[in-house]
Write a protein that binds this ligand. Structure first.
Ligand code: NAD
Length: 420
């Protein structure tokens, strides 16, 4: 284990803090504790790339496979100048727990490259992606480790990973990634799945509190894949979306933002800034506005001990991974704010990734109705199971989700036994 003390802003510490509470409640023995908390495999690779100007640069890349007891590693690939190994470790572990919470047959993985895609050309991005994939070729594959898009990566990046892998193994292997373009073996419904899942679990939460969609005001932080698709679904389902932000700006309109028009605006402007249908607001201030549902859908550590007491939402639906620190958890719980934890709330993406992987392996593709009905069923069951577990064990939703997940992975580990 890591030797340094607890650091609120370190995502792996945040994961372990929740894991510890859940493991204690489950009375997990020390040996199994070590097996489940320790990442199975951590790989760091140098990614040397020829830049457009002819110079050579070396980027740092990581892939962590946290636990493979229940199936191949599954998890996104992130491009950001802020990527660290501890962040990727945490994200890989969260994938293990997330897949277990919604009971799909994957372990957890995550990858990242320390780079700023905004400062790279298409050609440079492609060469970085392909070289990184080639370096990891032995640990990837539909039965080993299946990547998906995450922050700053998209279906085009997945197409490059799929093609590079396929060239190395000498035949087309669509199931090595999910979140790829439809005509390369992608699944309908994958792009909007994480946001849709956030909306489905929020539906369950508001019905628990006898709230109606029409009277529920939603604020969303982040307008990328998760945030924009969640905003669209909340809006189309009759919720009032009163606030939205991206990295450069925030928008606030207490009478509701026309999300369809905002999506149009963003297609051109590539940012929410400058949208005429709402007032501009500082992104930090937006989090603190009064609302019923707050959906952090940007990045980690947005609700911390520094601002948790200013949050005025009734429900926090964690679209992002790790947006709330353990210290902030305590403040929100004391304020009786209902948290739908990340490993449940944003599991819609990996659920439809699972559908994509299944369809690739069958070579038979489903229609949108089938995908969305099955997603709805899995997310609804996930929410209801975690809520029942929370009631049964008298714990909050976060700890219940961890307990359920750890219990499932521990069960599989015991059944398989430890290979010697
Ligand atoms: P993305 O790159 O598509 O979008 C990120 C968005 O967040 C952008 O709009 C960016 O401008 C905004 N942003 C960044 N920092 C911000 C800040 N400080 N304040 C306000 N906005 C900010 O990424 P994504 O795929 O939407 O992922 C967002 C989060 O959801 C990440 O934590 C990711 O791990 C998690 N997640 C993504 C998926 C998926 O299917 N894409 C699935 C599960 C979880």
């Amino acid at each position: 284990m890591r030797e340094s003390g607890f650091n609120e802003d370190n995502p792996f510490d945040a994961m372990v803090a929740r894991f510890d509470v859940a493991a204690k409640k489950l009375k997990l023995d020390e040996g199994l504790y070590q097996v489940l908390v320790t990442p199975d495999r951590e790989i760091g690779v140098a990614v040397p790339v020829q830049m457009d100007d002819g110079s050579l640069r070396v980027f740092k890349g990581y892939r962590v496979q946290h636990n493979l007891a229940r199936g191949p590693a599954k998890g996104g690939l992130r491009y950001s100048p802020d990527v660290t190994l501890d962040e990727i470790r945490a994200l890989a572990a969260w994938m293990t727990w997330k897949c277990a919470v919604v009971n799909i047959p994957f372990g957890g993985g995550k990858g990242g490259i320390v780079c700023d895609p905004a400062r790279l050309s298409q050609g440079e991005l492609e060469r970085i992606t392909r070289r990184y994939t080639a370096s990891l070729i032995d640990v990837l594959g539909p039965e080993r480790d299946v990547m998906a898009p995450d922050v700053n990566t998209d279906e085009r990046v997945m197409a490059w990973v799929m093609d590079t892998y396929s060239m190395h193994v000498r035949h087309t292997v669509t199931g090595v990634v999910t979140g790829k373009p439809l005509d390369l073996g992608g699944s309908v419904g994958r792009h909007g799945a994480t946001g849709r899942g956030c909306k489905i679990v929020t539906d369950r939460a508001i019905s628990r509190f006898n709230m109606s969609r029409e009277n529920t005001k939603v604020i969303i932080q982040g307008f990328g894949n998760v945030g924009s698709m969640a905003a669209r679904d909340f809006y189309e389902s009759g919720y009032s979306v009163v606030g939205i932000s991206d990295v450069s700006s925030g928008l606030y309109n207490p009478s509701g933002i026309d999300v369809a028009r905002l999506l149009e605006h963003c297609r051109e402007a590539k940012t929410v800034a400058g949208f005429a249908g709402a007032d501009p607001i500082d992104g930090k201030d937006l989090l603190e506005q009064r609302c019923d549902v707050l959906v952090p859908a940007a990045t980690e550590n947005q609700i911390t001990s520094r601002n948790a007491d200013l949050i005025k939402a009734k429900i926090v639906c964690e679209g992002a991974n790790g947006p709330t620190t353990p210290m902030a958890d305590q403040v929100l719980f004391d304020k009786k704010i209902f948290i739908i934890p990340d490993i449940l709330a944003n599991a819609g993406g990996v659920t439809v990734s699972y559908f994509e992987w299944v369809q690739d392996r069958m070579g038979y593709f489903w229609n949108a109705r089938t995908v969305n009905e099955r997603l709805e069923e899995i997310m609804t069951n996930g929410f209801d199971t975690v809520a029942a577990y929370a009631d049964q064990h008298q714990v909050n939703m976060r700890i219940a989700a961890y307990m359920l997940a750890i219990d499932r992975v521990a069960f599989t580990t015991r059944e398989r036994g430890i290979y010697a």
